[in-house]
Write a protein that binds this ligand. Sequence first.
Ligand SMILES: Cc1cc2nc3c(=O)[nH]c(=O)nc-3n(C[C@H](O)[C@H](O)[C@H](O)COP(=O)(O)O)c2cc1C
Ligand SMILES: CCCCCCC(=O)C(=O)O
Length: 357
Amino acid sequence: MLDIASYESAAQGVLTEQVWDFIQGGSGSESALAANRAALDRLRIRPRVLVDVSQCSTATTVLGAPLAAPLGVAPMAYHRLACPDGETATAEAAGKAGSLLTVSMFASRTLEDIAAAASGPLWLQLYWLRERQALVELAARAAAAGFQALVLTVDAPRVARRPRDVRSGFSVPGDIRAVNLPAALMSSSHRRTEGASAIEKHSREQFDSSITWADLAWLRERTGLPLILKGVLTAEDARLALAHGASGVVVSNHGGRQLDSAVASADALPEVVDAVAGRALVAVDGGIRHGGDLLKVLALGADLAMVGRPVFWGLAQGGATGAAEVLRLLTEELDEAMALSGCPRLTEITRALITSR
Ligand SMILES: Cc1cc2nc3c(=O)[nH]c(=O)nc-3n(C[C@H](O)[C@H](O)[C@H](O)COP(=O)(O)O)c2cc1C
Ligand SMILES: CCCCCCC(=O)C(=O)O
């Protein structure tokens, strides 16, 4: 497998059509999904030459944790959809590759099993459920298991309408469970209904769509872990995130799965970076498929790039080995892009390196 696209084609041959569509799909007309790739493709690199690149280093630290590269796995529900071991395979892979793993609240393996399989940093992602006690219990279990941060997803007051899932009548298969949550909170996600997606219906029932900035204090008071907000796309919200004590933001349109027509992550990134002005971590995800894409988002000022679907493709193709290869490939490609653009160190990757002409 020489590139991420090869993992994508191989995964399509392994997964059922319904699971494939759930993973690949976006909301509405899938315009935000397409925009993520288009925005990255529009950017071109302005390489510098005759720089000593005999020693390049992609290594960095994120919230104090050492990483082989500024690369992490974005939170994705139910890794057992892609391979039998699920998130423990992903944790093993991320550890091998020196990447960070964000575990979804809807993980299909327990936080404790995932932590036991991990050798790198773990973050836990949360959606704000109406059942607040579940959040407090998950946050406490995450801290006890050694997770290093909480990531609250703020672009999903409910799951958007995703036409592919409506068409296929997607529901979470009965043998794959969000094992970290009480079964009673999850039952509707398994209930297949003609003409509707079970996860959209589940979210309308279980997600608290009334929360506002003021509620963040409630969660922060109940955990000692740093809080990162995922799904921030504007300078205004980045400033509010900092004002409400967030330790970082993830610039993300949820891989094109939430607001159709939302701005592409790479297009939103510069204004968020400028608003944050080095006071907190800025991560980004959406459409990152090559080391060159990593170089571009780092040049726009991101501290960390995260990938979603490519990790599922790696898992589907080869479990922990496949996912580790995907993460290693991206790291090697970043190393090559740094060498060929005259940037031996991450600190040399600045906005001067890119153009949108
Ligand atoms: C199958 C799938 C499940 C996802 N589940 C979650 C989730 O549980 N929580 C969350 O915050 N984001 C979730 N996301 C969104 C990802 O975290 C991320 O924003 C997106 O996939 C990044 O784009 P990429 O897939 O183009 O790399 C999911 C994405 C996919 C594809
Ligand atoms: C019933 C669980 C809903 C999980 C939704 C995860 C997802 O597809 C996404 O966030 O995107």
